[in-house]
Write a protein that binds this ligand. Structure first.
Ligand SMILES: Cc1ncc(COP(=O)(O)O)c(C=O)c1O
Length: 442
């Protein structure tokens, strides 16, 4: 404050991200604690976490193994510079993570967020082609409705108008695939649709338009999260892979949401059995406890860039002060161990059909026009109020919070993605609460 006094209850100074600041500050919703499946609100209520925080706390909250690992690391060594220096936990984590990656995705570059992972992957793709003497490959293909974070690279390849329109200046050489989803045909499908894979063939048209020699990479979320939970049709990702292979284009899967068990497998790569060239990750990497992201690269990319460069040179002029931060690494090692010891990815797979049936039981509830699901993710789409997109779902969000349930909404879709430790009773609680709220929502 200008007069130097602290005003702890003044909400003005903090400019909140992706938030209607004035609306929030007139009626704040504050969380002050978290344990296992629940948050505690500042008025002392238990709030069931239907969203794993923001798609990230896959092991649940306040898990002692992770908390203690962070505490121990903070006491032992708080920080180590990542440029031209190393610390053991970073290498241990890299080994541990690449062990669970399929194919030859054997190398990992650490970042601090999903957005940084996306920008890193795009830069690696450009550098790779340049190192191979194909410096003309500078264009990226994203997809309509894609969300790839908020860096300039991410919003350029992303396909969400709201995230771009305030910021006129994006990467110049980007085009987008059409969205694959058609509600008329695919609405209320459980899991993957049998129809719609052919929409991947639009990539051939874009390649013809731009010429393969100009295209560096295609980037997609294997499962569309932030735009409202959309599941790729069967065969769609395979087709993208084949077209990319045919034209020497790299395929990047943005697994910031789908990584670390969310779909009932370590990565969507396993679930859909398609191996891309680069995989971006963050969120569940350390169960959302310390900011951290990662980019996985296949052998060929690492070999070209790292082993192909002259000895003693820095091979990639890229990195962050907090890449492989010791606290983030310690948290990630503990989270990965917890995932394995408790079999949480398998648990998510085992709960998938129970979750699916519970979600689809909302079919027929007031305003519900579509339900989509995979792994431990569901999207329940409501009909929008005329001229007020998002208002109805936000109303449901507010009522859910009052009733002790945290959900997430995007436009008029309710997105659900609980921690992987959720019980069947808690799954029932989520959908029973929503059914009750929908009955009392206009
Ligand atoms: C697919 C995807 N990519 C990138 C991001 C950006 O991650 P972050 O918010 O950590 O920068 C997100 C965040 O939700 C995401 O869902």
């Amino acid at each position: 404050m200008a007069d130097g006094r602290l005003k702890p209850n003044d909400l003005e100074a903090y400019w909140m991200p992706f938030t209607a600041n004035r609306q929030f500050k007139s009626a704040p919703r504050m969380l002050v604690g978290a344990k296992d499946m629940h948050y505690t609100s500042d008025d002392g209520r238990q709030i069931l976490d239907g969203t794993a925080g923001l798609w990230c706390c896959n092991a649940g909250h306040g898990r002692p193994q992770i908390v203690e690992a962070i505490q121990k690391q903070a006491a032992e060594m708080d920080y180590a510079p990542p440029f031209q220096m190393g610390h053991p936990a970073a290498f241990e984590l890299a080994n541990r993570l690449t062990e669970i990656m399929p194919g030859d995705l054997n190398h990992v570059f650490f970042t601090n967020s999903g957005s940084e992972s996306v920008d890193t992957a795009l830069k690696i793709a450009l550098a790779y082609h340049k190192a191979r003497g194909e410096g003309s490959r500078v264009k990226f293909i994203g997809r309509d409705k894609g969300y790839h974070g908020v860096g300039f690279g991410g919003i350029s390849v992303g396909g969400l108008g709201n995230n771009r329109k305030q910021f006129g200046n994006q990467l110049p050489a980007v085009d987008h695939l059409p969205f694959f989803y058609n509600r008329e045909i695919m609405g209320f499908t459980k899991g993957q649709s049998e129809m719609g894979a052919e929409s991947a063939d639009a990539l051939e048209s874009l390649v013809t338009l731009h010429d393969a020699s100009t295209i560096a990479a295609v980037i997609v979320e294997p499962m569309v999260g932030s735009a409202g939970v959309f599941i790729p049709p069967k065969g769609y990702l395979d087709r993208l892979r084949k077209i990319c292979d045919k034209h020497g284009i790299l395929l990047i899967f943005d697994e910031v949401i789908s990584g670390f068990g969310r779909l009932g497998s370590a990565f969507a790569v396993d679930k859909f059995n398609v191996v891309p060239d680069l995989v971006t990750a963050a969120k569940g990497l350390n169960s959302g406890t310390v900011p951290m992201g990662a980019v996985f690269a296949r052998d060929g990319i690492y070999d070209t860039l790292v082993n192909g460069a002259p000895e003693g040179t820095i091979e990639l002029f890229h990195g962050y002060t907090y890449s492989a931060h010791p606290l983030a690494c310690a948290a990630a090692l503990a989270a990965q161990k917890l995932y394995q010891d408790e079999g949480l990815f398998v648990r998510a797979a085992e709960l998938e059909s129970y979750w699916e049936n519970a979600a689809h039981a909302l079919n027929g509830a007031p305003h519900v026009i579509d339900i989509r699901n995979i792994g431990l993710v569901a999207g329940v789409e409501l009909e929008s109020r005329p001229g007020k997109i998002g208002a109805r779902a936000f109303d449901v969000f507010l009522k859910a919070f009052e009733k002790g349930l945290l959900i997430r909404t995007t436009a008029d879709t309710i997105a659900l993605s609980p921690p992987l430790i959720i019980s069947k009773d808690q799954i029932d609680q989520i959908f029973a609460t929503l059914a009750e709220i929908l009955l009392m929502t206009d």
